[in-house]
Design a protein around this ligand. Sequence first.
Ligand SMILES: [Zn+2]
Length: 321
Amino acid sequence: MDSVTLPAFEDLGHGITAIDTGYVRPFFDASHLVVENGRAAFVDVGTSHSVPGLLAVVEARGLPLEAVDYVIVTHVHLDHAGGAGEMMRRLPRARLVVHPRGARHMVDPSKLWAGASAVFGEETVRRSYGAPVPVDEARVVEAPEGFTLELGGRPLRFLDTPGHARHHFCVWDEASRSMFTGDTFGLSYRELASPRGAFVLPTTTPVQFEPEALLASIDRLVAHAPAAMLLTHYSRVVEIERLAEDLRRQTRELVALGRAEDGKPGRGARLREGVLELFLGWVRDHGTPLSAERVRELLAVDVELNAQGLEVWLDRGRVVP
Ligand SMILES: [Zn+2]
């Protein structure tokens, strides 16, 4: 482990550390390490390439790898769970905690990698996430709605939060009054903050975006009155009510865009243009001091993913009204 460079990490108090997984760009993709009474858990783990850095932070915290009891993945998208198999291979005592709908994809990750390859291309997937590593079924814990884990005596409670994906849960940490939100409370890239505070935006990634479910999940998270939401992209935000209101409005605007463009020729291209226009408008209204070109760069992948996700949602709507 000595040769591994420590990634950027930040102590958030209450035994929580936000660690940069090194995926895409600095402060894009976080893993959170929670430590209580000498026992540790990760919430989201980036990709296979993130694993050595994350483990180096455990050791930098003065803990042996045997102290890690749990690897928790908020959902099985590969920027959150792509490193789970490799992580489990390196952690002798850990158990993998996953939504019941995601568990089989951790035991046999081939379908998950094939799905990502369909969206991003096979070569990109291999380069970005590494090779799929299956997890031994005996080490997998399924966490349904209401499930509670004890980490060194500290309760972590799981909420079923569909909307971004059906295999998504969020994790409530009563000790810090923080919610680990994965992608359910949207994305908050730090570059997009302004004097007004953090900027947030919803992610409608394919293939399970469901707007009504997402809005209901956001309400459930807010109802806990958290002191902070800990997002995977990227970590701690406060001002929960303002951000929740932004997410609700933005989600409704994306849905309205989808409905307006549905059935028209060139729907895909029009959605990409429309999503970009919405994003640029939201960032401008937020007062973010970046050029439109820089914002376009930062959000290029999200424009593509949100447009694709809206298309999948519109097409699903036609089959099951
Ligand atoms: Zn996701």
